[in-house]
Ligand binder design. Sequence first.
Ligand SMILES: [Zn+2]
Length: 105
Amino acid sequence: MSPRRNEPRAGRSDRRPEPRDVEKAFGHQRIESAPDGDWIVRSVAGAGSGKTYRCPGCAQEIRPGVPHVVAWPADTEQAAWSGGSGLEDRRHWHTPCWNARSRRR
Ligand SMILES: [Zn+2]
C-alpha cells in the first residue's frame, strides 16, 4: 500500500499579476481613447470559446468563429485584477461596428 503524496504546487496561485504582466499576456490589445473614456480593445481571431455574443453596435449576433473585437473600459482592467467583477463589462463587437462607433463622434 503506497500512500498518495500531495502535489507540491498548491498555494502559489493567489499571486496576482502586475498590470505590466497583463499587458504582456494580452499581446493583441490596444488602448483607444473615446469620448466616453479610454477603452481597451482586443482583437479576437474567432477561434476559441464557441460562444455567441450580441454586438451592442448592431444588436446582431456574433457567431462562433467570427473575428471580432472585445472592448472594455480601461479602468475596469485594474478593478478586475484587484478582485472585482470588472470582466463582466467586456463587450464583444463586430470589428466594423466598433470602428463605426469610434468614428461616430
Ligand atoms: Zn455589429
